[in-house]
Design a binder for this molecule. Sequence first.
Ligand SMILES: [Zn+2]
Length: 158
Amino acid sequence: MQRTIRPLIYGTLCCWLGLSACEKEQAEPSKVDEDLQPYFERFDVEARARGLDFSLEMEELEADILGIDQDGVLGQCHYSDQAPNIVEVDDQFWARATDLEKEYVVFHELGHCVLGKDHNDDRNTDGTCSSIMQSGLTSCRVTYNSSNRESYLDELFE
Ligand SMILES: [Zn+2]
């Protein structure tokens, strides 16, 4: 919905105001919801910190925050050879999640949509999940905090 409505609104504003600066921005309308953009940028920063560059893959992505009807599903990655990959994050989750919870879900979906990773339900000896790419369908415990974030990101990008 947002994807189709937004360019129309911008287009209309440009006509009314007649601003050239506005037209410049219009040349590359973002296909990523603005609330998701900081997390996409972080993903890019973390990839580059590890000598990786996914800017091409990320440029082709679309991303939205919307209602996902499936119970317990916080995010989705739709991928296809014929269309851009699309990341979707559930709006109710987004409204109540902490910064790290948002990062976790966005990075998980980018793990699918950008890194092409499948689920990984390996667990550590203490029962915690070994990977951000855990499916949520097993009993491994999810812990993602400021002290273990780096090692989870190392695992994600390795
Ligand atoms: Zn997944």
